[in-house]
Design a binder for this molecule. Structure first.
Ligand SMILES: [Zn+2]
Length: 500
């Protein structure tokens, strides 16, 4: 996780002869199977290849920019079949297709291919419009160079199946409206590009692109994958590979809900408080601080935020969260399964609380029907795995909670307690359920074959996990055994587990 972000490039492809007042860009949808931002609307691009730096780029000022341009051109060619290189004009469409085939099949490297066909990259075809760094809530982080590129005449982008599932020419304004209607999901640099281009291809467009510090690698804090839901990852002492816990700021015209301000670190608390203040300054008030569950990495910043807001703001949670926190983080209002929390103002936002124990006894999830949004806390996370640690953790309850989430209608996104938002809710839930049932099955088999202690069971069942994680695995095995015991399939006797 502390690894530096990897260099990458992305191309904002502009349609040739587009209306400069309402320009069209080529927006792609990333395959839902991708670990990084699967299902998001984005621009074509990808990680730098070592060979990208071997390509000579005319009119380039420095080697680093040249490599980023070479990467941008290669990714654009690989993902959309669009080749932006001087000399391409003389190639037929068929020749371009066979070039792409040479590259994809590995018959020719990117630098060799350009040399062989006498093609030349020119920096003036790639307008630099910013460098954005992925927030540290993702295991995969990129330092991405964005380039504005005109699609060459006579070339039409074509999504090469694989990393992308579809793509289309769309005016930046319309794409931005789709995001506002919660129809598409996009990350901050994509949204910034859409907004900037929607204001027209004016002479100052590059300045407008570069006018915010995030376009100069300043870390992005406020991530609005979906309008009115700000994901604000704060650094916490959490379970690796996660290093951050997602705090959510849900807002409309008049009110703000803060879910899980989890950081115990002063600097992080101040940054979060400043983000809340920004929303308040625009005429809103904080309605409540809500807790999904009692773990320290989800409640560590509650008292500080409450104090910052003048001590007036209520804290709400489930009874089984309030009880263990009574001496440290006082809870003022109890939330029960089925309770509705409605923000006054517009748009209308109504969250329905679901008591979903398993990870902890008092765990709450929040479901908004209108947009199919599920705030899942630590029941489903976008990074790492969920630990079920008895006695607070109960596998039987956990599976039941997962099944309750699985039958919610029309889910379109899950906002987890850690990691990026998940756009394939049902696939994710199925995966979680299947994973637990598989583990359960192999634990039962190990017991049947004579393994009695937690250590003996962990060894064969968690053969795929590093021995360092075996202490945690023992907790998970215990949780499974307790469920199997409740199911009447195993029993505990003479300090050992046995099958019935
Ligand atoms: Zn937790």
């Amino acid at each position: 996780m502390s690894q530096p972000p990897k260099d990458a490039s992305a191309v904002i492809l502009l349609r040739q002869n587009t209306d400069p007042r309402d320009p069209e860009v080529f927006l792609v949808r990333r395959s839902e199977k991708l670990a990084f931002l699967g299902g998001f609307s984005a621009f074509p691009g990808g990680q730098l290849d070592t060979s990208d730096a071997e390509v000579k780029v005319s009119n380039s000022t420095d080697a680093e920019t040249a490599a980023a341009i070479s990467c941008a051109a290669r990714e654009l060619f690989e993902e959309l079949g669009v080749l932006v290189a001087r000399g391409t004009e003389s190639l037929t469409k068929g020749q371009r297709v066979s070039l792409l085939d040479d590259l994809e099949s590995g018959r020719m490297s990117w630098p060799a291919l350009l040399r062989h066909y006498n093609l030349r990259l020119d920096a003036s075809d790639f307008t630099f419009v910013g460098r954005w760094v992925t927030p540290p809530f993702s295991a995969r982080r990129f330092d991405t160079w964005f380039f504005l590129v005109n699609c060459p005449l006579k070339q039409e982008p074509n999504v090469v199946p694989g990393e992308l599932s579809s793509g289309e020419w769309i005016t930046a304004g319309r794409a931005h409206e789709q995001w506002q209607r919660s129809e598409i999901l996009a990350v901050p640099p994509t949204l910034h590009a859409l907004k900037t281009i929607a204001d027209g291809l004016t002479p100052d467009i590059v300045e407008r692109f570069l006018a915010i510090p995030q376009a100069h690698r300043e870390p992005v804090r406020r991530i609005e994958f979906r309008p009115n839901y700000i994901c604000f990852p704060v650094r916490t002492p959490t379970k690796p590979p996660a290093t951050h816990t997602n705090c959510y700021l849900i807002y409309n015209s008049r009110e703000i809900l803060v879910i899980d301000p989890g950081s115990p670190y002063k600097e992080e608390q101040q940054t979060l408080a400043a983000a809340v203040d920004d929303l308040v300054r625009e005429g809103r008030s904080v309605r409540e601080i809500i807790l999904t569950h009692m773990h320290p990495d989800h409640v560590g910043g509650v008292n500080s935020l409450r104090e910052h807001l003048g001590g007036q703001v209520r804290v709400a949670a489930h009874r089984f969260t309030a009880e263990p926190l009574a001496d440290t983080v006082p809870v003022d209002r109890l939330i029960e399964d089925g309770d509705l929390i409605e923000l006054s103002g517009s748009p209308r936002i109504v969250l329905r609380a679901m008591h979903t124990p398993g990870h902890t006894r008092g765990h709450l999830c929040f479901h908004e029907e209108r947009t199919g949004t599920l705030i899942s806390g630590d029941n489903i996370v976008g990074l790492g795995s969920v630990l079920i640690d008895p006695p607070e953790g109960k596998m039987r309850d956990y599976l039941e909670s997962l099944r309750r989430m699985r039958v919610l209608p029309d889910l379109s996104i899950i906002f987890g307690g850690h990691g990026p938002a998940m756009v394939n809710p049902y696939a994710r839930l199925d995966e979680y359920i299947a994973h637990r049932l598989e583990r359960e099955q192999s634990i039962l088999e190990a017991v049947k074959e004579g393994a009695e202690t937690l250590q003996e069971i962990v060894a064969p069942v968690y053969a795929d996990v590093s021995p360092k994680a075996h202490v945690m695995a023992e907790r998970a095995v215990l949780a499974h055994l307790q469920k199997l015991e409740a199911d009447g399939l195993v029993f505990y006797e003479q300090e050992g587990w046995h099958a019935r």
